[in-house]
Design a protein around this ligand. Structure first.
Ligand code: CO
Length: 214
């Protein structure tokens, strides 16, 4: 049982997709959230940010492309990683911390940290289908099985603007699709059948409103 996508508890996943990064342009940093060096530097400079909750309208907005690969972008990415690890998430999209920008971070490894930041990500190829029980930090407490592409190729830019392509399957592919959806104002329950969407609506009336901050 995961605890939210953007908040799925990593240890629950044993089927980790074997993802390969082509061009090694992804922001893969050998930082371990459990090691003190990263934590100390993170605590000094990068506070964990509050998560925007559904039904905040920013979660329904089409995010803007990132055009400036500045120091500020790097700081934002660091803050997003910090927030994701603090919330025990495996992915986070910028709108979830109130920034309507095409920027996501993911780390689906349950063995060693494998953080990846994708700026202006775009799915360029996909194949197969897979089903997984997803959750979302912006919809705390709700989980549902969602059908997605089993594997995806994604074109993106690094925080310094270099183009790269990543091929992912397994959990990483699912997480990447979930986070890219956020950039297009799509939430995971949008993929459900009308009947299940109805169930979400009833759940939301009962449990969601009290946890919402908007
Ligand atoms: Co989410």
């Amino acid at each position: 049982v995961g605890v939210d996508c953007c908040g799925w508890v990593t240890r629950c996943f044993y089927q980790i997709g074997s993802a390969t990064v082509r061009g090694s342009r992804a922001t893969i940093r050998p930082t371990n959230p459990d090691t003190s060096i990263y934590l100390i530097s993170a605590l000094l400079t990068m506070p964990s940010l509050p998560i925007v909750l559904y039904p905040d309208p920013i979660l329904r907005r089409m995010s803007d492309p990132v055009e400036s690969f500045s120091r500020e972008l790097k700081d934002l990415v660091d803050a997003m990683f910090e927030t994701m690890y603090t919330e025990k998430g495996i992915g986070l999209a910028a709108p979830q911390i109130g920034r309507s920008q095409r920027l996501i971070v993911v780390d689906t490894s349950n063995a060693a940290p494998a953080p990846i930041a994708l700026v202006n990500p775009e799915i360029v190829a996909y194949s197969g289908t897979t089903e997984y029980e997803e959750g979302c930090l912006s919809v705390p407490g709700y989980r549902a099985k969602v059908t997605r592409h089993a594997s995806v190729s994604i074109r993106a830019q690094s925080v310094t603007g270099e183009a790269f392509q990543i091929h992912a399957d397994g959990l990483q592919a699912i997480c990447l699709q979930h986070e890219i959806d956020h950039l297009n104002g799509v939430l995971f329950f949008d993929h459900l059948s009308p009947l299940k969407k109805n169930m979400f609506g009833r759940w939301w009336k009962k449990h969601g409103k009290e946890s919402s901050n908007s």
